[in-house]
Design a binder for this molecule. Structure first.
Ligand code: TYD
Length: 134
C-alpha cells in the first residue's frame, strides 16, 4: 500500500567543507541496487512518471532542488515532497507514481532493483487497477 512508501534517512557527513551522503547496497536500501538513473533538465510545469511497475522497487532522492511524488496504490494516494539530498523515498512494486512540481534545476536520483524492462511497466491506469484487484 502507499503506507509502504517510506522515507529513508540517509547518512549525512557534514562539515565546513559541505555535505556528503553515501548509499551502499544492502545497507540503506531494502533491495539490491542493480541500476541507477537520474532525471534533470525538467522544464517547469512538466511531470514525470505516470506509471507503475510489476516488480521494480526504487529509492528516489532529490539530490538537488525539490519535487513532489504522488504515490497511489489504487485505493489511496499520498503526496510526498522530496527536497533533501539525505532523504530517500522507497517505492515498492505495484505503486502508481507521478512526479510533479519540479523546482528549476531539480535532480532526481533513482536507485532501482532491476534492469530496465519496458515489459514490466504498467503504463495504463485501468490496467493498474486490474492488477491491484487480482
Ligand atoms: P520514462 O519511463 O518515460 O520516464 P519516467 O520515469 O519519467 O516516466 O522513460 C523515458 C525514456 O527513457 C523511455 O524511452 C524509456 C527510457 N529508459 C531507458 O531506456 N532506461 C531506463 O533505465 C529508464 C528509466 C528509461
Amino acid at each position: 500500500t502507499v503506507h509502504d512508501c517510506k522515507m529513508i534517512e540517509l547518512p549525512r557527513m557534514y562539515d565546513q567543507r559541505g555535505s556528503l551522503t553515501h548509499i551502499s547496497n544492502g545497507v540503506q536500501v531494502p533491495f539490491d541496487i542493480v541500476r541507477t538513473y537520474y532525471l534533470y533538465d525538467v522544464p517547469g510545469g512538466e511531470s514525470r512518471g505516470g506509471h507503475a511497475h510489476q516488480e521494480l522497487q526504487q529509492l528516489m532522492v532529490s539530490v538537488m532542488g525539490a519535487f513532489d511524488v504522488i504515490v497511489d496504490d489504487g485505493s489511496e494516494k499520498k503526496t510526498i515532497r522530496l527536497d533533501r539530498a539525505y532523504c530517500g523515498l522507497y517505492i515498492p512494486k505495484q505503486i502508481w507514481r507521478e512526479l510533479i512540481n519540479f523546482s528549476s534545476g531539480a535532480n532526481c536520483l533513482v536507485l532501482a532493483s532491476m534492469l530496465y524492462d519496458e515489459a514490466e511497466y504498467i503504463r495504463n491506469y485501468d490496467e493498474f487497477l486490474q492488477v491491484k484487484q487480482r
